[in-house]
Design a protein around this ligand. Sequence first.
Ligand SMILES: [Zn+2]
Length: 235
Amino acid sequence: MSNDAPLTEVPAHLRTAVDTAKQKVADLHAELPRWELVVWTAGNVSERVRNDQGEDLLVIKPSGVSYDDITAEAMVVCDLDGNLVEGDRSPSSDTAAHAYVYAHMPEVGGVVHTHSTYATAWAARGEEIPCVLTMMADEFGGPIPVGPFAIIGDDSIGRGIVETLRGSRSKAVLMKNHGPFTIGGDAKGAVKAAVLCEEVARAVHVSRQLGEPLPIEQQHVDSLYERYQNVYGQR
Ligand SMILES: [Zn+2]
């Protein structure tokens, strides 16, 4: 954020980066119904576009657009105060929350929000998902925490996400009575966290139907997380 006047258009030197992000964010929205994370128009993906002048932008889905009508051209661009910078339609109603996260967590490059069923069921109970699966230790480094109850309309959702995730290694937070928000180094990373959050929410729920899932010792959680975040995968 800056004290200068708000941007009224995408600066020329960011044109290519913004257009690339629009295509990427549009394509990633298709992953949400594909993994059964959304119904109707609920759920959104955004990505940060870094500006070396210090005024970052974000690309996000417009409000109320059907998943079948999502194209790169339809995506909108906002500043980190949530003001519309470019686009024909109003931005997603969750834009303020996404913008708050980018403004206060400089390491975050992508944000996703869904109401995926199992993760939302944990959120409805206000219960964190305990770290009882190696997949959770790998991706989230511990339990998936619960954030405060917050209502859309001011920055309280964004504040709740940031305050909860700052004290955690988790890339996901279950906003109480609402649903999951996830973060990543880019939009794809945040989508991956949203898919895995729902998967572990489902698996731990199923496990609890038959008994009490066994916790993983902290030292093993730490080494799994360390390995997966730093060693695993193609370099
Ligand atoms: Zn929501």
